[in-house]
Design a protein around this ligand. Sequence first.
Ligand code: NAG
Ligand code: NAG
Ligand code: NAG
Ligand code: NAG
Ligand code: NAG
Ligand code: NAG
Length: 407
Amino acid sequence: MLTSAGIMSLLFLFFLSWATIANLGDRVYNDYLKGDLCQMLPSPSPHPKGYSSHSAPPSKQNTSFPNHVPIPILPPIRNYTDAELSTFVLAKDILSRAKDPVGNAKVAFMFLTGGPLPFEKIWEEFFKGHEGKYLIYVHSSREQPARNTSMFQGRDIRPQKVFWGRIEMVDAERRLLANALLDLDNQYFALLSDSCIPLYPFDYVYEYLLGGNMSYVDCFEDPGPHGQGRYMDQMMPEVRRSDWRKGAQWFAVTRYHALMIVADHLYYSKFKLNCKPGPENRNCYPDEHYISTFLHIMNPANLANWTVTYVDWSERRWHPKTYTKNDITFERLQLIQNIKEHVHETSDSLGIRTVKPCLWGGQQRPCFLFARKFLPDTAGDLLQLLSNVTWPLSRHQQERSSATFRF
Ligand SMILES: *[C@@H]1O[C@H](CO)[C@@H](O)[C@H](O)[C@H]1NC(C)=O
Ligand SMILES: *[C@@H]1O[C@H](CO)[C@@H](O)[C@H](O)[C@H]1NC(C)=O
Ligand SMILES: *[C@@H]1O[C@H](CO)[C@@H](O)[C@H](O)[C@H]1NC(C)=O
Ligand SMILES: *[C@@H]1O[C@H](CO)[C@@H](O)[C@H](O)[C@H]1NC(C)=O
Ligand SMILES: *[C@@H]1O[C@H](CO)[C@@H](O)[C@H](O)[C@H]1NC(C)=O
Ligand SMILES: *[C@@H]1O[C@H](CO)[C@@H](O)[C@H](O)[C@H]1NC(C)=O
C-alpha cells in the first residue's frame, strides 16, 4: 500500500528526474511545454507537433509515471531558476491530468463589480431552468448591496479593494478563480463585468465553452506603445520581449488554465513588481498583460487568442463605447451576435489590422457570447429584446446550424 510518505517520495523522485532534464534549451523546453503537454488535453490531435522538428530519440529513462514524454536533448540556451522549474513542473502536471469525469459539469460565472449588478434580471432570465449547470460568484470591491434576485443572493465572495489598472485587479480575478475552483464541478470559468450581458441562450453558451478545449483569452502581440511599449527589461529572464502579450481583461478559461493562474507565483510576482500604471512605469496595466502573457508562455496551443466578450472600440477613444438606451436595437444585437471574425489593431502609428476567423473545433463560428458596455438604464429594453427576440432567434440559428456545429 502506498503511504502518503511513499507518494511524497515518488513525487520527489519525479521532481528530481525533472531537475536532471531541466538543462534544456529555452526554445526546446518551451516547445515541449507548448506542444506536447497540450496533446494531453481532451480531444487532442493524434500526433504531437510541438517539437517534432527538434526532437531526439525517446530517452531511455525509466519511470513508473504514465504519460512520460520523450525529452529532446539539445544544448541549453539558459539554465532555469528553481522558481521557473517549479512553475513548469506544476503546469506540466496540471496539463497532463486527464479531465476528471464530472457528471455534472458547471460553468462558473464570475462577476467583477464595484457594487451593483444592474443586469441581474437579465442574467436571471438567462440562468432560469439551468440549475445545476452553473454557479455564480460576485466580487464586489466597493459596496455589497443586497442582490435583487434570489439567484444572486449569497453569491458574494469576500472581496478586497480594487484599484483599476493595478495589480489588485489581477488579485480580484485570482480570488474569484480560487473561490470558484473550490467546487470541483466547475470546469469552465468566465469573468464578467457589471456592464456585461449574455448574447445567446444558456445552452448555447454552455456548449460553446465546455464543448471546446480552448481558453478564450485575448492574446495579441502589439508592437505599438500600448503593447511592446509597456515591456520592461526587468521582466527578464522569465518573460522575454517576444513573449509579451496584450489583451482585454475579460476571459473565459478552462479548469487547467484557472488552476495554473492561481498556482503561479513566479510570473505573478514579476508583474506585481514591474507592471504598474504611471508614465514612469510605461503605463503598464497588469490586467491587460499578465494572464495573456503567462498563458502564452505556458500553453499557447490551447488559447483561442480572442475573448468571447464583445466591446465596441469603433469610436477610437481611450475607453470603449458605452451603449445608451438609443443604441439598443435588435439590429445592433444581431450584428454583434453574428460577428465571426476577430480583429486586432496595433497601437503604433501604422495601426495594422489583423482579421482572423473565430475557429471553434475547426469551424468558423460566432466569436462573442457576451457583450459590454451597457448603461444601467438600458436594462429594461435589453431584457425585452433579449428574451423576446434575440435569444429565441439564436436558438433557431443554433438548430439550423446544428449539423455543422455537431451539437
Ligand atoms: C530502470 O533503471 C535502473 C537504473 O537506472 C535499471 O537498473 C533498471 O533495470 C531499469 N528498469 C527498466 C525496466 O528498464
Ligand atoms: C548551466 O549551468 C552549468 C553549471 O551549473 C554550466 O556549466 C552551463 O554552462 C550553464 N548553461 C548555460 C547555458 O548557461
Ligand atoms: C434592486 O432593488 C432596489 C429596491 O427595490 C432598487 O432600488 C434597485 O434599483 C434594484 N436594482 C437592480 C439592479 O435592479
Ligand atoms: C493562438 O496563438 C498561439 C501563438 O501565440 C498559437 O499557437 C495558437 O494556435 C493560436 N490559437 C488559435 C486558435 O489559432
Ligand atoms: C481540440 O484541440 C485540437 C488541437 O489541439 C483541435 O484539433 C480540435 O479541433 C479541438 N477541438 C475542439 C472541439 O475545439
Ligand atoms: C416581450 O414580451 C412581453 C411579454 O410577452 C411583452 O409585454 C413585451 O411587449 C414584449 N416586448 C417586445 C419588444 O416584443
